[in-house]
Design a protein around this ligand. Structure first.
Ligand code: ADP
Ligand code: ADP
Length: 226
């Protein structure tokens, strides 16, 4: 479960005046349950790739399949964590985390108890009624993670989730992510420009280059985690 298969993917941005090929001839697989990081220089197409897999962008050609089915826009099988947290400022921590559960047929009580489980998991107990502006950057990102985890996506897509945090915080969240991920059984696609972070967290690292369409556009590196 949570197998991602990318074949001959191409994405061209076209604003009428200018065409930018962000991704071309990109093919690779991520196994279910694998923690895969995507690294590469700014502009190589990492964010574009992540948002294509999320279903926020449409591919120009090629295909993205999850467990054998082509994706069709965003879906609850995939959850996205953003660098800038994307929390609702006017909602409390609890309301931010229950928000994603509203259209899933849970009762209000079920939503709260599900949310509480992930709030606790993210060490946010006691902050349920606080607003995002009252929290530190690291706490906001933990709310973002709790919100996404609460609806239990098979695939977690993260775009530089720790990019706005200072180094000590970054390292403590990396360790926290390793801890929870071990229990969750999810596929993770983790975009970062930080190679050390990628190697520390991942089973595999996909290295992208700024040469879309050449044979060297992506190289998959398997890390021995034993
Ligand atoms: P990365 O995340 O690796 O920095 P991006 O996916 O953001 O790379 O960008 C890949 C390429 O696509 C870059 O050349 C970038 O300028 C271009 N690009 C990204 N988003 C857009 C957009 N909305 N419109 C036009 N070009 C874009
Ligand atoms: P990152 O390197 O983290 O992807 P960027 O600064 O490259 O961040 O991009 C930030 C935002 O700007 C993204 O939403 C991306 O789609 C958009 N963007 C990037 N390049 C372009 C571009 N050439 N034209 C329009 N939008 C762009």
């Amino acid at each position: 479960d949570g197998h991602v298969s990318i074949s001959n993917l191409e994405k061209v941005y076209d604003d009428g005046a200018e065409r930018t090929t962000a991704i071309k001839d990109l093919s690779f697989d991520i196994e279910g349950g694998e923690f895969a990081s995507i690294v590469g220089p700014s502009g190589c197409g990492k964010s574009t790739l992540l948002y294509l897999v999320a279903g926020f962008l449409d591919e120009t050609s090629g295909s993205i399949e999850v467990d054998g089915d082509p994706i069709d826009g965003p879906g609850t099988d995939r959850g996205v964590v953003f660098q800038d947290y994307a929390l609702f400022p006017w909602r409390t921590v609890m309301e931010n985390v229950t928000y994603g559960l509203e259209e899933q047929g849970y009762t209000k009580e079920e939503r709260r108890s599900r949310a509480q489980k992930y709030i606790d998991m993210m060490d946010l107990s006691g902050f349920e009624d606080n607003y995002p502006k009252e929290l530190s950057g690291g706490m906001k990102q933990r709310v973002g993670l709790a919100r996404t985890l609460a609806y239990d996506p098979k695939i977690l897509l993260m775009d530089e989730p720790f990019g706005a945090l200072d180094q000590p915080l970054r390292e403590s969240l990396q360790d926290q992510l390793i801890d929870i991920w071990g229990d969750l059984d999810k596929t993770v696609v983790f975009v970062t420009h930080d190679v050390e972070e990628a190697v520390y967290l991942s089973d595999t690292v996909m290295v992208m280059t700024r040469h879309p369409g050449t044979k060297k556009n992506v190289t998959k590196v398997d890390l021995d985690r034993s």
